[in-house]
Design a binder for this molecule. Sequence first.
Ligand code: HEM
Length: 473
Amino acid sequence: MILHDLPVDAPTKLRKQVPAQKSGRARSAGDFSHIFENGFHNVGAHPPPEHLRSQHAAWEDALERARRLPLRLNDASVGAEAWRRSLREMPLLPVASLEEDLQYLLRARMVLTSLLHFYVHSLPPSSPSSPVKIPAPLAVPLLVVSHALDFPPVLAYADTEYYNYTWDSEVGDASEAARLPFRVLHTYSGTTDEAHFYTVALRIEGEGVQALRRMHEMLQLSSNAPGAPGSSDLPALLRGLAASIRNMDSILQTMRDGCEPPAFYNDVRPWFVGCTAEGSWVFEVDDTPETLEAVSGSEWVVRAEDGRCCAREMPGSSAAQSSIIQALDVFLGIEELTHERNFELERKNKEAAAAGNFLTRMRKYIPLAHRLFLESLREQAQGLREHLLGLKDGQEAIDAYNAAIAALRQFRTTHVRIATLYIVNQARHVADKKEVVTGEMRKEDKAKGTGGTDLVPFLKGIRDRTDQGTLDR
Ligand code: HEM
């Protein structure tokens, strides 16, 4: 097995072989040609299966029943309580067979994280608030599957995007697949707003395939391989990359076409929230060797003195975990700017200071193969900016590079507007209503992202630091 055969999100058995290959030939960009060719959302040439095999039908059935109820946020209805009881009484299903087949392992991860967030967020708030106990039939397979994939046991962007779609038509080859319309498999709220929200992100990932292919071609410029582009192609390839980023921006702007801000804020976003100080979780576990390995080898859970298996704080799904946007920063060589720590902000927020840069932290919430890809991409693309500045007649290439930076800045400007409209303004409406009903004065507006960021200064900071990547000579 060589790294170049390592499929996206390789499970444990393959993962164990990766460190041995972290040097030499195996690190070449070509090792990740499947990502350059198909994008981050295509695991192989096809999306993950829509259903698990019969051995794990109980999980699929629980998910289907939750959707059919439908289960709501803070749901105290008889039906909701019966659903939660059925989860607690579900048999503890073995997961070993899943590890043999990556596609089914990914589907299992997506189903289990969906059940987790249905379970946690459908519970009516308890008073005084106590940690939510995640029942063993859900907790054990979730911990083992997440450990196998090197993922935290919480809903991530990959679960709501990369593993949550299919195509309706038969796919000829992967390059054709990149252009097909996506059909979302699972939503929490059952609304078209939620499906549209996922679809916009998936279409951005789909456009990302064009960006990745341009990057790949640029990395091959100096390879002298037969058929490889020559260095005179660099400006055109950079312009192609810029055009792709502009397309991503246009796609982002379609968010309003099918996702209403109040529906997003009130009915969709609360399902994404992970394990927080106010809403903590305890995993109920058994003591089989498989579970013990998953627990002891996990940085996401801690054993309390009384033996309880407590989850650490983990943000839920956030598009900050999108691999394509991280890849753009890495390739353009501006990662150090956008991932820079904001010491002014950190001085005000001690927790943020302890945790370090948010975007860097988010890397742990993206699939393993994507992380390895980003490391390899950094190595391959390093020196791009210096190379452009050193070119004898390099102005055309520099202009094209700056067009890509400007496009990424524009993407982030659109994104700040969207985050303001969908979160900050909605939080204000809710606070205004509360003020009218209770007469309570509104506190300073400090809307947080699902990742817990003070979102406007945070997002604007990244946008402005993108701009600092502009080359000047
Ligand atoms: C209604 C739509 C959206 C809202 C309200 C929104 C909101 C946010 C918030 C609050 C953050 C800060 C991190 C956190 O605390 O979670 C964030 C980060 C981020 N979001 Fe979005 N987002 C939306 C859609 C998207 C889409 C479709 C993408 C593209 C895939 C995207 C890409 C990003 C990226 C890359 C970051 C990290 C910051 C950066 O690199 O600029 N977002 N988003």
